[in-house]
Design a protein around this ligand. Structure first.
Ligand SMILES: [Zn+2]
Length: 375
């Protein structure tokens, strides 16, 4: 080996370009690779290099944190040094301990002292990039899987990445986002008033990880303007711009109804908007959609064709072969939209299930439109 590569960190005075501090933080021997693993740095060495560079930068930043004001912000008397404190900081791929200078007021009657931890100064000692990773992993995987994934990415187990931390961060950020979702969108975030909107609501049951605990229901809604539907090819269409909301809260649908209303307002919902709503046969989906009725000109609810077919199959099984032909014929006649107030075959079949929705006191009850256009 004739040469080595040195990674050097220099602290340079910007004005004079004088190097005031110089540290060699890594040395790598330059050798001819004999296999693919010898090319460049190994995963663990890359993390180590980043951690070393981070440490060098953090030491300089910690010194700047200590060089704040010279007088007490409470009483104006001079400040005096009062020791230093070790403070943990968790970057996206590495953990660090900084020493921060602590100051206190020289006036014995005033008990002011400076914040001397990253936590006290910033409200958290976890870098937002790591918090984002926690939330993304926590949303996509179980918390224990998230911990495992983060350990793998990081080539080491870090206490900040343990499943309890990931859960806490996901819950915390989720609470903040939920509070935001509960507020109506700002006017500048909303599209111009929409003549028509399309809304799809669907739900599903998510099994609980713990045995003997009941599954919980999650409902999701998508709101978009019809002009945002784009034909990709003969069989596919794409929505260019949409607003999606979701809730798995067990709160009598309150969260998802509020979130859907705000999503619709964001897409331009107003008193003149005609809303076309698509959902499967679940009563909760319809209940969520009906919450929009007071805010729009008309709400046309459509049961998707797949679920019409399923309902027919159930009835066919119950009645036997004698009615099979008649039912099949009735099913295909449902290709025509029903006018407002008319109850067709579909309503007879589904009237019981949706009876609570049909009992809406308003004259503008939704028109249940069981049509093939809903596919
Ligand atoms: Zn003071």
């Amino acid at each position: 080996m004739d040469y080595e590569l040195r990674i050097v960190v220099e602290k340079v005075a910007v004005g004079s370009q004088e190097v005031v501090k110089r540290d060699t933080i890594k040395r790598y021997g330059i050798q001819r690779p004999t296999s693919i693993v010898d090319f460049g740095l190994r995963h663990v060495e890359q993390i180590s290099l980043l951690a070393t560079i981070q440490s060098a930068l953090l030491v300089e930043q910690a010194a700047l944190l200590a060089s704040g004001g010279k007088v007490c912000p409470a009483c104006g008397q001079p400040l005096r040094k009062s020791g230093s404190q070790a403070s943990d900081f968790h970057a996206v791929l590495s953990d660090h301990t900084l020493r921060l200078q602590r100051y206190c007021c020289s006036n014995p009657a005033c008990h002011w002292q400076s914040a001397s931890t990253i936590q006290a100064i910033c409200g958290t000692n976890i870098h937002p990039d790591l918090a984002k990773l926690h939330c993304e992993q926590g949303a996509l995987y179980s918390y224990r899987e998230a911990e495992h994934n983060l350990d793998t990415l990081n080539c080491q187990s870090r206490s900040v990445n343990n499943h309890a931390h990931v859960k806490r961060m996901t819950d915390h950020v989720g609470t903040v986002l939920a509070a935001q979702q509960a507020r109506p969108p700002a006017a500048e975030a909303c599209a111009p008033p929409a003549h028509a909107l399309i809304i799809q609501v669907d739900g599903g049951h998510i099994p609980h990880q713990e045995k003997d605990k009941r599954s919980f229901e999650a409902l999701a809604a998508v709101v978009y303007r019809p002009e945002q539907l784009q034909t990709v090819d003969q069989h596919h269409r794409a929505i260019r711009e949409k607003t999606c909301v979701m809730s798995a809260k067990d709160d009598q649908l309150h969260s998802i109804k509020t979130a859907l209303l705000h999503a619709a307002i964001k897409q331009g919902l107003c008193r003149d908007t005609r809303v076309t709503a698509l959902a499967d046969g679940a009563a909760n989906c319809w209940a969520v959609l009906l919450a929009l009725q007071p805010y729009c000109a008309a709400l046309e609810c459509i049961l998707d064709w797949f679920h019409i077919g399923k309902k027919f199959q159930t009835v066919k099984n119950a009645l036997g072969e004698a009615f099979a032909t008649a039912l099949e014929s009735a099913k295909w006649k449902l290709g025509y939209p029903l006018k407002a107030g008319q109850f067709g075959v579909g309503h007879v079949l589904y009237g019981t299930e949706f009876s609570h929705e049909f009992s809406h006191p308003s004259e503008d009850r939704p028109t249940w439109d069981f049509g093939r256009k809903a596919i």
